[in-house]
Design a protein around this ligand. Sequence first.
Ligand code: DOR
Ligand code: ZN
Length: 354
Amino acid sequence: MPKSITIHAPDDWHLHLRDGDVLKGLVAHTAERFKRAIVMPNLVPPITSVEMAAEYLDRILAVVPDNSDFEPLMTLYLTDNTTAQTVFNAHQSCFVKAFKLYPAGATTNSDAGVSDIKKCYPAIAEMQKLGVPLLIHGEITDADIDIFEREQVFIERVLKPLCEDFPELKIVFEHITTSFAVDFVNSTSHPIAATITAHHLLMNRNHMLVGGIRPHYYCLPVLKHQQHQQALIKAATSGSEKFFLGTDSAPHAQNKKETACGCAGMYTSHAAIELYAEAFERADKLENLEAFSSLNGAKFYGLPVNSEKLTLVRESWDVPEYYQFGTNEADNTSSHRLIPLFAGEQINWKINGN
Ligand code: DOR
Ligand code: ZN
């Protein structure tokens, strides 16, 4: 096993940074590891216009650490009412890189999401025309569909027809969780790629449910059977250009996770690239970490590969029990604590210099 690995600086192609006083700490963790990140628009209210994205971008840039040249790449939230003109404006802006489709009710802050994809066809046609990628949270939300089958049914009922109707539309199938998604992405000639999270590579639903229910392992799409985990590991570590890194790191305060009805989302930005290194090492495929983390996403988005390098060393460190969530350091209660993935446990890879 190598003791260190040096790769082109990686990018996170799916990230939740939130807003307000929690922004600074979250940006710091990501900027330490990644050169760029695709920033999700599911704020309250959602980021639906170029003007809102410009203001949000300013708030993020204001808290980027001085020693970092981290670049946020913005997205707009697709709604039933998004117009072709908004897509045109986004494309013109240069800093908005994509639109995000949340089926209404699928996850955190998705109430304003899409109720019927046909309502978005004029906007999607414009995306296809201009080459603007559509990022998709691929889950059916119908009450009669089992939560573990939401992704599989989405492929049949929504994604396949969408690909047929828009054969040139660039699509990122976000945070895939099943072999059905892997097989679909691998088998189609459509310009579609998929992001895979570190937590779906490292865990399956047993980790969440055996021996007690672990709210910090609850996210959407929910962790699946270990056979699906194996399919994701194979896809991510294969070197295929169709798969790339997207953490879906999704912070919520401790009190919003450890409650009778907990929020969905795992926080992984404190150790994101280190966790991917762990997953690739377990698969004995560290040689393909760079393609997944630093090359494939940039190619899909038509952006240059980062010239900077990042070195990871195989050295254990202890994950803190919690991070301060927000800037009010006097308040140490659970509403101001962020529990990171593997809190209190050891991680085997470390960024050189940390
Ligand atoms: O677990 C999740 N959390 N999945 C999502 O799709 C959204 C995210 C969030 O924003 O908290
Ligand atoms: Zn997400």
